[in-house]
Ligand binder design. Structure first.
Ligand code: COA
Ligand code: AMP
Length: 633
């Protein structure tokens, strides 16, 4: 089918308000929007300022009312616990509305925050939707973070209540959640009133009397008494959730998502970008702790009346590299969305895709990749073994949906390996130099988006309008700074080449090297340090820390390096995947004292490097190269 992308994008450019007013018709509003955008509110404006709605109603109730009660809403497939379960839209409504009334029993009301600290089980979605139902603001924290990271988020969000479970399961390891949560609450100054704990058979949670309660018992009791909470009307501009993401310091940024704009944007993408019809099975193999999970495991598929897959497992090892094909085969998945790392892992394990002979992927129409750069090699391999188009698309926690993509539903544009294709309606993407002047096609520059950002994108950071302006809006007036660098080609295709800040991307997980440096510097033997992201065949990047020890330290460097690796695991969490610490005598710096991390990265990546003119002592670069070589890197 010929693509209508150019016409659709042009229609948005001509009249953005009319475009989004039309898209807003996909939503059942309490009060439909009369005004589409108000530029006077918030750091850059607010969408649908006079509308009211409820996200949970749109994700569940209306489908039950409109004939989808018996359709499966959630497929839970957990190879790590050997469990499979389905919830219909009617089941989901019963679970969510009962949990919602339990939350209300604890005094949770519109605007209160609830931390959701849950692994990939259906109750994570139930918890999020129950919050949405009563207008509470959820903040999901990924299970791979350490207690300190959780404490930071608790202190920022100040939750009235926490939803958790006894454990998560990693291959070969049960991750007890409750001790981590207890430690985090001990560390935090903002103490939640209550914790609801969902018991799982793999670990028993020790309950703290007065504060901790049995989730299952309370929900069962509410259901037995026929109690449920109705949907609470909220403003389209009220927050639906806060999702913390790595910033350039150890303090994460609380990305805010509103209710109305979020629904409109996500509903638009399901049909136009992903080409999904209501009733079809859409699988996002991510985690509810990340933005991809929020948007494409939970909200978008349910808003659209599709079936979503909650997969508690890995692409390999649970039990083998055929796991993804099995799930596609078993449930008739039509579109799979994951990070390129997952495919690199499968390819490494099964380069000839032998497991595709065991399972059929005939229902699959497209594979969507995001979260990190999709290297052309991996894309080509996936195309070849699956025999379906592989669509790279580029977005961020901040935007909540794709900035640049190949819109399947509008008719695909030709794929160019290495490019996520073209800007979606809503996004005017420019490549600029430091003075915010557009650079010619083919030339690298900072990628910026002309304001306003479209519906669904962050209106601000949680209670930090100033940090929002400072982080994203001040450097290029009139534009949102993506902090990614790249270029456009002569056809308007974008190429995303890397970050302009200290963020690195490890297995599709966004991490701050600045945050890791803070941890390294807290070790008593460390005088100074630098963390870089070095290239990794599987995870894209992996962190590598260089430390200079204080004079007079008697402990062996090897012992200190081990302690540092453990310290990052304890303070940030296993997800940081910090495994390499290297002791050096000095760090390379400019004459003004700036550490030359860029050059260090080139050396670590075995790329060609030159000595910067501003360097204080060029010999130090050779010392870094020698230290890496000594470690076999
Ligand atoms: N809870 C607790 N620990 C977790 C966790 C969770 N939810 N998720 C990951 N971890 C741990 C892992 O067990 C691992 O611990 P280890 O150091 O003891 O081995 C560590 O964090 C690093 O995890 P990860 O970087 O994911 O590496 P991995 O070796 O476990 O798996 C892949 C590698 C490629 C299989 C895996 O990263 C993957 O499936 N990626 C898919 C992409 C994805 O989901 N991206 C999310 C955004 S779209
Ligand atoms: P996150 O907020 O965790 O989704 O990470 C966002 C960052 O991941 C972006 O700013 C990019 O640096 C990177 N990223 C995400 N998707 C892509 C992609 N398709 N191509 C290149 N980089 C990507």
């Amino acid at each position: 089918m010929p693509s209508s992308y150019a016409q659709v994008y042009a229609a948005w450019q001509k009249d953005p308000s009319a475009f989004w007013a039309e898209a807003a018709k996909a939503i059942d509003w309490v009060e439909p929007p009369r005004q589409i955008f108000d530029e006077s509110q918030g750091p850059y404006g607010r969408w649908f300022p006079d509308a009211t709605c409820n996200t949970c109603y749109n994700a569940i109730d209306r489908h039950v009312a409109n004939g989808r009660a018996d359709q499966v809403a959630i497929i839970y497939d957990s190879p790590v616990t050997d469990t499979k379960r389905t919830l219909t839209y009617a089941d989901l409504l019963a679970e969510v509305s009962a949990l919602a009334v339990v939350l209300q029993d604890f005094g949770v009301v519109k605007g209160d925050r609830v931390i959701v600290y849950m692994p990939m089980i259906p109750e994570a979605l139930v918890g999020m939707l129950a919050c949405a139902r009563i207008g509470a603001v959820h903040s999901v924290v990924f299970g791979g973070f350490a207690a300190k990271e959780l404490a930071t988020r608790i202190d920022d969000a100040k939750p009235k209540l926490v939803l958790t479970t006894s454990c998560g399961i990693e291959p070969g390891r049960v991750v007890a959640y409750k001790p981590l949560l207890d430690a985090a609450i001990d560390m935090a100054s903002a103490k939640p009133d209550a914790v609801l704990v969902l018991p799982r058979p793999q670990a028993q949670a020790i309950m703290i009397e007065g504060r901790d309660h049995d989730w299952r018992g309370l929900v069962d009791a509410a259901q037995a008494q026929g109690r449920s909470a109705p949907c609470v009307t909220v403003k389209a501009t009220d927050p639906l959730y806060i999702l913390y993401t790595s910033g350039t310091t150890g303090i994460p940024k609380g990305v805010v998502r509103d209710n109305g704009g979020h629904m409109v944007a996500l509903a638009w993408t399901m049909k136009n970008l992903y080409g999904i019809e209501p009733g079809e099975v859409f699988w996002s193999a991510s985690d509810v702790g990340w933005v991809v999970g929020h948007s494409y495991i939970v909200y978008a598929p349910l808003l659209h009346g599709a079936t979503t897959v909650v997969y508690e497992g890995k692409p390999i090892g649970t039990p083998d590299a055929g796991a993804f094909w099995r799930v596609i085969d078993e449930y008739g998945v039509v579109a799979l969305f994951t990070a390129p790392t997952a495919f690199r892992a499968i390819r490494k394990e099964d380069p000839e895709a032998k497991f595709l002979k065991v399972h059929s992927t005939k229902t699959l129409r497209h594979l969507f990749l995001a979260g990190e750069r999709a290297d052309p090699d991996t894309v080509a391999w996936a195309e070849q073994v699956l025999g379906v188009p592989v669509i790279d698309h580029w977005w961020q926690t901040e935007t909540g949906w794709a900035i640049v993509a190949n819109p399947v539903g509008l008719g695909m544009l030709p794929v160019k390996h290495g490019s996520p294709t073209v800007p979606m309606p809503g996004y005017d993407v420019q490549i600029v130099d430091e003075a915010a002047k557009p650079v010619p096609n083919g030339q690298m520059g900072s990628i910026v988006i002309r304001l306003p950002l479209p519906p669904g994108c962050l209106p601000t950071l949680w209670q930090q309008d100033d940090r929002m302006r400072e982080s994203y809006l001040d450097d290029f007036p009139g534009f949102y700074k993506t902090a990614d660098a790249g270029f456009k080609d002569e056809d308007g295709y974008l190429y995303i080449m890397g970050r302009t800040d200290d963020i690195i991307n490890v297995a599709g997980h966004r991490l701050s090297t600045g945050g890791m440096e803070e941890v390294l510097a807290s070790h008593p033997a460390v005088a100074e340090c630098a963390v870089i992201g070095m290239r990794d065949e599987l995870k894209g990047e992996q962190p590598c820390g260089f430390v200079v020890l204080k004079s007079g330290v008697t402990q062996s460097p090897l012992a200190i390096e081990k302690e540092i690796v453990q310290l990052v695991r304890d303070k940030i969490g296993p997800v940081a995947a910090f495994k390499i610490a290297i002791t050096v005598n000095r760090l390379p710096k400019t004459r003004s004292g700036k550490i030359l991390r860029g050059t260090m990265k080139k050396i670590a990546d075995h790329e060609e490097w030159s000595t910067p003119a501003t360097i204080d002592d060029p010999a130090i670069l050779d010392e870094i190269a020698a230290a890496l070589q000594f470690k076999g890197l």
